[in-house]
Design a protein around this ligand. Structure first.
Ligand SMILES: [Zn+2]
Length: 493
């Protein structure tokens, strides 16, 4: 007895059933019983069982492996030998091509094909071989793999009487067939799990047809098929084409940093699947696109992948990033480079320029901040600078100076630590600023005079800067006298 070879992608259930009937048995179960095989193991493509069946029929066991189904995964079906050919399928329907059934009605089981793995895939709607739309029958019992086809045969024959509709495979359907046939062209998408590729193609299509911000409700099966066709063409071309596609349909978002909003309805489709390893390659391309297109400071997790955004160009974000003051940077840009940049959120500057300036400006205080640090007015600070007691770290021009906190501290140590601590806290003292004001002498002059007189000042380190510096009453007259003499020598009041 000579048996026919299995059809391309024919399921083991279909082939086994035909062989059983051609052998004069009633069902696949009877054939399996005869061979002492396990039906479930055979359908799942167990090597030993497949080889046994192939030996009986005289066919190539490799041809049977493509029709193996693994239903042990409760969510999906594994088709054929390639572990990444996992697909979603609807268990309550059985789809078929009317032409593939051939002379089934007349009992001709030699050429008929009752089941193909590609019919199980929801996203596939045509028989690639005959160019016909698949038809649907409802099996008595919902199951992702129909083990016994006998009760289905009358239904299949009856359904086949309805008019046949022609249908050409879309790009996605064509690709699905290639995958099931084990064609691996070393394209990027060939390593992506099949159901992930299908889902991504459909989401991309929806992005293009309805827009990421549009309404995605009520997408019909035909529309979904169109979406899949469009998306598959992009996916097959690989990451560069995907980025071009995203550039067209997503762009860079409203302000260039809100990628969540730009992805619109497509965002959650990938965000909630980012932890599934199968979605990793897709998420990696999406994250790379976001990194090349959207602006954000530092690193951020984009679809679960650490990504560095495009370097921000706004002055505000650059200052934040380098840890330098916004106002002082604006002043320096104006004074040194003649650039007038606003402090508003949208003003942009050359990031390299700010990177060059940053080390100089880092943690630098302007005159106002320095005055606050010392606990005095800006005028007093200008007096201290004018008399050379306080030397700024950076002097951009007469009005603009910058101090590091260390410089201010060493100034206090140099000029204000003179003098002995008051004995028993009983000595009568007056803050140096009060003395200066009352005697119309500059604070800087009093500090210089204190060096000559000696022991007149006491600094209370618990108080801020110069507010903690006091003059003892016993030395006050001599100190003021000295200060006034110095001032008249240099012609200053
Ligand atoms: Zn067909």
């Amino acid at each position: 007895m000579i048996f026919p070879a299995p059809h391309a992608r024919e399921t083991i259930a279909s082939y086994g059933y035909r062989i059983a009937r051609l052998s004069g048995l009633s069902s696949l179960a009877a054939l399996v019983h005869l061979f002492d095989l396990d039906l479930r193991a055979l359908l799942m493509g167990d090597r030993h069982s497949v080889e046994n069946l192939a030996r009986y029929t005289g066919c190539d066991p490799q041809a049977l492996v493509r029709g193996a189904l693994d239903a042990s995964n409760p969510r999906r079906l594994q088709l054929g030998a390639d572990p990444s050919n996992k697909v979603q399928c609807a268990p309550d329907r059985y789809r078929f091509c009317p032409a593939c059934l051939g002379g089934l009605a007349d009992g001709d089981l030699r050429s008929a094909c009752l089941g193909r793995t590609d019919w199980l895939i929801d996203a596939n709607h045509v028989c690639a071989e005959h160019g016909l739309r698949l038809m649907t029958v409802l099996p008595r019992k919902a199951a992702r793999m129909q083990q016994d086809l006998s009760p289905l045969i009358p239904k299949l024959v009856a359904a086949r009487a309805a008019p046949w509709q022609p249908g050409r495979p879309t790009a996605l359907e064509h690709y699905i067939t290639e995958r099931l046939d084990g064609v691996h062209s070393r394209r990027w998408i060939d390593d992506v799990q099949l159901d992930v590729a299908i889902h991504t193609a459909e989401v991309f299509g929806a992005m293009a047809m309805r827009g990421p911000q549009g309404d995605w409700k009520g997408i019909s099966a035909d529309e979904r098929r169109e979406h899949g066709d469009l998306g598959a063409e992009v996916l097959i071309e690989g990451p560069a084409a995907i980025k071009d596609f995203l550039r067209t349909h997503i762009g860079h978002g409203r302000r260039g940093n809100d990628y969540h909003n730009a992805f619109g309805r497509a965002f959650n489709e990938f965000y909630f699947r980012k932890d599934q390893p199968a979605y990793r390659p897709i998420c990696a391309v999406l994250a790379a696109y976001v990194g090349e297109t959207f602006r954000f400071t530092g690193q951020e997790k984009v679809f679960g992948i650490r990504t560095r955004g495009v370097e921000p160009k706004t002055l505000r974000s650059l200052c934040n990033r380098h840890g330098i003051g916004l106002k002082i940077t604006v002043q320096v840009l104006k004074a040194q480079y003649g650039l007038r940049v606003g402090i508003g959120a949208s003003s942009e500057v050359d990031p390299d320029l700010i990177a060059d300036l940053a080390p100089k400006l880092k943690d630098l205080l302007n005159a106002q901040d320095a005055a606050r640090h010392l606990g005095v007015s800006v005028d007093v600070v200008r007096g201290l600078i004018g008399d050379g007691l306080l030397v700024p770290d950076y002097r951009f021009n007469d009005r603009m100076v910058g101090f590091s906190a260390a410089t201010l501290e060493s100034f206090l140590d140099d000029w204000c630590s003179a003098g002995k601590s008051p004995s028993g806290g009983q000595a009568i003292r007056t803050p140096i600023q009060t003395v200066a004001r009352a005697n119309r002498v500059k604070v800087s002059r009093l500090l210089i005079a204190a060096r000559a007189v000696g022991g007149a000042l006491y600094r209370d380190r618990r108080k801020r800067g110069l507010t903690g510096v006091t003059v003892s009453h016993s030395c006050m007259a001599a100190l003021v006298e000295q200060a006034k003499t110095d001032a008249s020598k240099v012609g200053l009041g």
